[in-house]
Ligand binder design. Structure first.
Ligand code: ADP
Ligand code: ZN
Length: 731
């Protein structure tokens, strides 16, 4: 690709590399010059590293020693929009720009010359024998007039084996050619009609289309009950975006959800979207990365990291299930993909659609304040109705020890099974039992590296630490007192619940859905499809099942412990419980059979439980918002977590105390600092953890103050300091 040269060969340019250095490096422009934003290969010590030309050189040191960039890479230069986005995201999250660039260059082989591969297109000859299979292959090539495909693509699209294609090549009916490896994605046909929309859906779709037609930035909360057709509606926005020749991005919270969604995209637009997440092959990732920059891909469906892809002209970002906590990246660069989507769109002049049945309070409040537009879908599509919700008062239920399914719930499940329907038992706890205790000495099995209990996973036949992932065989003797055969499981996890369900309902087929039980996204997807097809009677699941799966036969949701999430002191405990319970309940009765959700609880009169049952969502959000406003916490105040860690606990606390004492920069913006205090999980992987919490007013220049506050403190030894702006978890 030719690039318009802004710097001539030998000019001094400032290059941002992906190396952990906190500044630009000066180089001389390579042979042929380079444009601003060009991806370049530069020498660094004995190595060659990837970089982006960020601007003119800074000079300031020995000009004679400045080395020359090796070459400009054969890929579209980084757009101004992307450079501003990375810079502002770095400022917002207090992350070095180099780390942001690493997020934006997560595609392998960017420096490789474009390699070749075989592609197939229509030839001139007529095959001697036109079998059905052969006719299908030729029909595909005629439909996509002029396009060529790889052997795999063509065979899949025509539903034939590759040998059929090869046979046609031998006959001259198809031509085999060499072509660059990274091919554009087949275009989406935005003119194909979508499903006929209901009047509510049509009005919402038109509002989104109109917003796109303005050509500028805007964010819309698309709030619709589960099954109301939010997806159908935002696909219309995608169609409008594509019609304008701009690119669209749909973010999904769970990789397992992408398959079903991709099928819907293909049905709507007659072609596949580009799929971006950790399970995608390296070659495909490279193709997507390059094609977005060149305009050869119109729609990406992906995980949060897709936000850092080099779109050439981004027009729309949809964040589906926008309240989902997995949008917050909790290690490496701590960012919230929902918030960063809004930032990127504001810079790119794009529209954002935040879709959810249970929006985050932040989003709800932004809509209240008029910063976001809001569209509501209040009814489920078709004959589906929202599930009836009820509580089971556990204080009135007779349960034997080691049992968690109440007689009332057993009765309800039994009735569903008798009617040939499915029931879901929901428990947000992975593994067999959360605690293993020695009945002889009372010792609880804990992780050697963390301040956490080891969780028994009977399926894996191991104990697992949910903090660091350490596993070990389940011991037969107690490691503390040495007594044999006294270790016993306390409390339920989904595996244990599944065991109970199988005992209570001996004839029923029980399936467990928990993220740790599947080696791959594919295995999980297969299990979800099997359940949807009716190959299970009882589903036992963790929060994985709450995320937008469609199980048409599922009519009853039984929540084993609705109080579980309310116990924490987390400021979002009520909000999270409300969201999770409403989402899980939303799995019931999605098709023509009405559903029911029953919540086992010890405190049916708790305001959150009553709000969940009553279904007056606006009232819940208003009450929750008022409490947060009173307390001056997000979204009506700002917060940042500071997490210090190290192997020497005294050193960690010394640093924490020093920070707390020298908090002048924070005081100057009126911010308060709390701590240092041992973190809720005081040790992970052998490192002691201490937290400070900074609270400030909504309008305060928090990042700037924090940067000035921590700058004077040097990190000795293996000490680490992590800043978490807008923390979502406080462990
Ligand atoms: P949501 O995203 O709000 O949970 P979906 O878009 O997944 O809802 O819609 C729920 C189900 O209803 C899906 O199977 C979808 O195909 C179907 N559906 C929604 N709207 C329509 C429509 N206008 N015509 C036909 N089917 C629809
Ligand atoms: Zn551990």
């Amino acid at each position: 690709m030719t690039q318009q040269a802004e710097f001539r060969e030998g000019d001094l340019v400032g290059v941002l590399t992906t190396q952990p250095l906190d500044r630009l490096l000066d180089y001389r422009a390579p042979e042929g010059g380079c444009a601003i934003g060009a991806f370049v290969e530069v020498p660094l010590g004995p190595r060659k590293v990837l970089g982006v030309v960020w601007g003119p050189g800074t000079g300031g040191y020995d000009i004679a020693k400045v080395r020359q960039a090796i070459r400009v890479l054969d890929t579209a230069p980084m757009q101004d929009e992307m450079r501003s986005f990375l810079a502002r995201a770095a400022d917002y999250t207090l992350t070095p720009l180099t780390a942001m660039l690493r997020l934006a260059t997560r595609a392998p082989g960017l420096g490789d010359p474009p390699s070749m591969r075989k592609v197939y297109r229509l030839g001139d000859a007529v095959p001697d024998r036109l079998t059905d299979a052969r006719a299908r292959v030729l029909a595909v090539l005629r439909d996509y007039h002029g396009l060529s495909f790889t052997l795999g693509e063509l065979a899949e699209m025509a539903g034939v084996t590759p040998s059929v294609v090869k046979g046609l090549v031998a006959q001259g009916a198809i031509r085999e050619e060499d072509s660059p490896r990274d091919l554009p994605f087949p275009p989406l046909d935005h003119r194909r009609p979508g499903k006929p929309l209901t009047s509510d859906q049509a009005a919402a779709a038109e509002a989104l289309r109109a917003a796109l037609r303005t050509g500028g930035y805007g964010t819309t909360l698309l709030k619709g009950v589960t099954g109301s057709g939010k997806t159908e509606v935002y696909l219309e926005a995608v169609a409008e975006c594509v019609a304008q020749g701009r690119q669209a991005l749909v973010l999904l919270p769970e990789i397992a959800l992408t398959a079903g969604f991709l099928t819907r995209v293909e049905a709507r637009f007659g072609a596949k979207a580009a799929e971006w997440h950790s399970g995608v092959t390296l070659t495909e990732r490279r193709r997507i990365w390059r094609m977005l920059g060149e305009g050869g891909a119109e729609l990406v469906v992906g995980a949060r990291s897709a936000l850092f892809l080099p779109f050439r002209d981004l027009g729309l970002i949809v964040v589906d299930e926008e309240h989902d906590t997995s949008y917050k990246q909790e290690d490496g660069v701590l960012y919230n993909a929902r918030d960063m989507a809004v930032l990127r769109a504001a810079i790119a002049g794009a529209q954002v659609v935040l879709a959810s049945a249970t929006p985050a309070l932040e989003t709800w409040a932004n809509a209240e304040a008029g910063k976001y537009a809001r569209l509501d879908l209040t009814a489920r599509f078709g004959d589906a109705v929202l599930p009836r919700m009820g509580a089971i008062d556990m204080r009135a239920e007779a349960l034997t020890a080691g049992r968690w399914i109440s007689p009332t719930l057993i009765g309800a499940v039994g009735a569903r099974l008798a009617a040939g329907e499915q029931a879901l038992l929901f428990l947000n706890r992975r593994g067999y039992a959360p605690v293993t205790i020695c009945r002889a000495c009372g010792h609880q099995l804990g992780c050697h590296h963390c301040d956490a209990r080891m969780v028994e996973h009977r399926f894996l036949k191991r104990l697992v630490c949910h903090q660091c992932g350490e596993t070990e065989p389940v011991p037969t003797t107690c490691p503390a007192c040495g007594v044999e055969g006294k270790l016993s499981a306390v409390g339920p996890g989904v595996e244990r619940l599944a065991e109970e369900a199988a005992e209570v309902f001996p004839g029923a087929r029980v399936a467990v859905l928990s993220s740790d039980l599947f080696g791959s996204a594919r295995a999980l997807k297969a299990q979800i499809e099997a359940i949807a097809a009716g190959e299970a009677d009882i589903i036992v699941g963790t929060q994985l099942v709450a995320k937008g799966h469609n199980f048409p036969l599922l009519t009853l949701v039984g929540v084993i412990d609705a109080d579980l999430g309310l116990q924490g002191s987390d400021l979002r405990a009520a909000e999270r419980t409300f969201q999770l319970m409403r989402q899980v309940a939303g799995r019931a009765g999605r098709a023509d059979r009405p559903g029911e959700a029953l919540l086992q609880t010890h405190q049916p009169e708790h305001p959150v439980i009553r709000a969940i049952l009553g279904g007056d969502e606006e009232a819940f959000w208003r009450a929750e918002a008022e409490e947060r406003r009173q307390a001056g916490v997000p979204p009506y105040g700002r917060m940042a977590g500071i997490i210090l860690s190290g192997t020497d606990v005294a050193q960690v606390f010394d640093l924490g105390n020093a920070l707390a004492r020298q908090a002048g920069p924070l005081a100057r913006i009126g911010a308060q600092v709390f701590g240092p205090a041992p973190a809720a999980i005081a040790r992970i992987r052998g490192r002691h953890r201490v937290r400070l919490l900074v609270k400030a007013d909504k309008g305060a220049a928090l990042q700037d103050a924090i940067a000035r506050w921590i700058a004077p403190h040097r990190l000795k030894g293996d000490l680490r300091l992590v800043v978490d702006i807008d923390p979502q978890s406080f462990y």
